[in-house]
Design a protein around this ligand. Structure first.
Ligand code: HEC
Ligand code: HEC
Length: 433
């Protein structure tokens, strides 16, 4: 009854907003009817939160719709998706020091609705977010490459080479210290970097809003996810954050082992784990389970190019000389997918990365350069066999079971871009393993 009344009074393509209802009630011609319409308007306002199917704007007509279901491993609680995971039963690092394998996780960004997460998925893969519709988040964070891009240095709009390598985004919703230099603290804040950088996606806030609001499919999808008829930037950031936070990788064979299923790792991997957490190698002091990062900054002194430290890391942000060359400890989850390694892709393989640590304190630091190398970086004198065991163990941190569905089409109608199809010719030649 209400919807048939609605289609008489309003253009079918437009859902009545608060303002159209309010305007109508002020009109002198309509005043007489106000008494009848006031209760209707009030109940209408109350129902605005419930998505209505409106003819002409239905995203389903265009083949796009948002799911009502949470991603795998999440359950719907109070309207939001909440992670179900065994690590949540364990005490956190803060309470229990460095701890063992049964250690809790940091707080996840969770509680987003299924619709927000799904909308974020479309946005993440849609090059419409960039200035010329050529670069999407997935151009540099390709699911097929561990949500990294297989390059030593990422390549942005018009083939421009960036100073650093694109990190994996698996488990990124647990991180509150973001970027290699640790300079961002929220995903919403972080993504404004690539979106508006002239080297990455080249967009402007005004143009992004105009493009999205000019796309009727996106308008309808945002309405489903947020209940408003005009798209706002905060909603874009929320949706992409919701999607990023759904990328969970915590069910590797290592995790089964950590939860008590001893047979999940083979002898070699267990030996590798033991080297990894030994006080000689000290890997687990910084790459602490279960994220395999303690999210702190550390100075290792990995040279950018032979004899050169060009990237000042956190010092460039804070001006603090003790942070010269400091980078946030990266996660090692799905690490076999994201070669080459380190902030500038300096190490081609996992063995190369592990061997760095046994080269001696500051062995790559050029003469005349002074870096305050972290005290856990020393000279563990690992044998070739131990380095190989470390690499083998890191391979057991692979789990992509909750890979999201990659859209074959996006609301802009632009081709879905991923790194392999994108801006060839700048690859340094370190193929993914
Ligand atoms: C042109 C390539 C490129 C594009 C496009 C791009 N990124 Fe990135 N991304 C990078 C690079 C490179 C870094 C590391 C930069 C740094 O630390 O200085 C990064 C870092 C990140 C991080 C931090 C990861 C961590 O471990 O701290 C997140 C989160 C992220 N990007 C999400 C996004 C999202 C969301 C989009 C789309 C809005 C996007 N990126 C678009 C290249 C890209
Ligand atoms: C003092 C803290 C610390 C210790 C101890 C440590 N790491 Fe790291 N690790 C880091 C930091 C910081 C980086 C990033 C450095 C850079 O990019 O210049 C890193 C990078 C890596 C990478 C590359 C990750 C990527 O995504 O590119 C691997 C692999 C790695 N470490 C393995 C190990 C292993 C194996 C050990 C033990 C032998 C170890 N780490 C010990 C802090 C540490």
């Amino acid at each position: 009854m209400m919807s048939s009344l609605l289609s008489l009074r309003y253009r079918p393509a437009e859902r009545p907003s608060f303002f159209t209802v309010a305007r109508m009630m002020r009109s002198p011609i309509k005043q007489a009817k106000a008494a009848i319409f006031r209760p209707l308007a009030l109940s209408l306002l109350a129902s605005l939160l419930v998505p209505l199917t409106v003819r002409g704007e239905s995203p389903a007509d265009s083949g796009f719709h948002l799911t009502h279901t949470c991603p795998a491993s999440f359950e719907l609680r109070d309207g939001g998706c909440v992670l179900r995971n065994r690590y949540k039963k364990y005490r956190s690092l803060r309470d229990a020091g460095v701890g063992g394998l049964k250690t809790g996780l940091p707080q996840l960004r969770e509680g987003f609705t299924p619709q927000q997460i799904d909308l974020g998925r479309y946005l993440f893969f849609d090059p419409v977010l960039s200035a010329h519709g050529s670069v999407s988040c997935a151009s540099c964070h390709d699911p097929a490459q561990g949500f990294a891009d297989g390059r030593a240095q990422a390549v942005g709009i018009d083939g421009q080479t960036l100073p650093r390598s694109a990190p994996s985004l698996w488990n990124i919703g647990f991180f509150s210290t973001l970027l290699w230099d640790g300079s961002k603290n929220s995903l919403e804040e972080q993504m404004q970097g690539p979106l508006y950088s002239p080297f990455e996606m080249g967009n402007t806030p005004a143009q992004l809003l105009e493009t999205l609001n000019g796309n009727h499919i996106y308008r309808a999808l945002f309405e489903q996810a947020f209940g408003t008829t005009t798209i706002a930037l905060d909603q874009v950031y929320t949706a992409v954050t919701a999607f990023e936070s759904s990328l969970i990788s915590l069910n590797s064979r290592y995790d089964l082992y950590a939860h008590g299923y001893h047979a999940a790792l083979n002898e070699e991997e267990i030996s590798g784990l033991n080297v990894f957490r030994s006080f000689v190698a000290r890997c687990a002091e910084c790459h602490t389970p279960p994220l395999f990062s303690n999210q702190q900054l550390a100075v290792l002194g990995v040279a950018d190019a032979p004899g050169e430290i060009m990237d000042l890391g956190a010092e460039a942000i804070t001006g603090n000389a003790s942070q010269r060359g400091a980078f946030r400890v990266p996660s090692l989850r799905n690490i076999t997918r994201t070669a080459p390694y380190m902030h500038r892709g300096q190490k081609a393989t996992l063995e190369d990365a592990a061997r760095f640590y046994t080269g001696g304190r500051g062995h790559e630091v050029p003469e005349g350069e002074s870096l305050m190398i972290h005290w856990h970086i020393w000279e563990p004198q690992l044998t070739d066999r131990e380095i190989q065991l470390l690499a083998t163990f890191m391979g057991a941190l692979t789990d992509e079971a909750f890979m999201p569905e990659i859209p074959t089409a996006v609301p802009s109608g632009l081709p879905v871009t991923q790194a392999r199809q994108f801006a060839s010719g700048n690859d340094v030649g370190f193929g993914a393993q």
